[in-house]
Design a binder for this molecule. Structure first.
Ligand code: AMP
Ligand code: ZN
Length: 111
């Protein structure tokens, strides 16, 4: 399968990796939208959050995202986790990923 994030997970394509465990890998977004902008992905390919099923460990993915936020020093200031799904959600890369955003005050509502 020709998937950019699978290639990042297998290290075929280089990235700035900040965290990794058996289930997930986290790397800095190429086009950061905040002082901290890290993407956390499951190593096992799934297109999007809406395509996940029993074999997908979402608990591990979210726990990895929180771990990344702590490693980035965001535990006390707070941070934002974002998962975009499909066209209306603004998803552009079809390998599930959690955005970890922090280091500034986030606004609401999102665009
Ligand atoms: P989304 O719009 O939720 O699908 O997010 C995709 C994200 O992937 C965007 O924030 C991009 O900046 C980011 N991105 C695309 N290619 C790369 C790459 N090679 N390395 C790191 N981040 C990337
Ligand atoms: Zn993939």
């Amino acid at each position: 399968m020709d998937c950019l994030f699978c290639k990042i997970a297998s290290k075929e394509i280089p990235s700035d990796i900040v965290y990794e465990n058996d289930e997930a890998i986290a790397f800095r977004d190429l086009n950061p939208q905040a002082p901290t902008h890290v993407l956390v992905i499951p190593k096992k390919h799934v297109d999007s959050i809406s395509k996940t099923g029993e074999g997908d460990n979402l608990q591990a993915l979210m726990a990895a995202a929180v771990e990344v936020a702590k490693l980035e020093g965001l535990e006390h200031t707070g941070f934002r986790l974002v998962i975009n799904d499909g066209q209306h959600g603004g998803q552009t890369v079809f390998h599930l990923h959690v955005h970890v955003l922090g280091g500034r005050v986030m606004t609401w509502p999102p665009g």
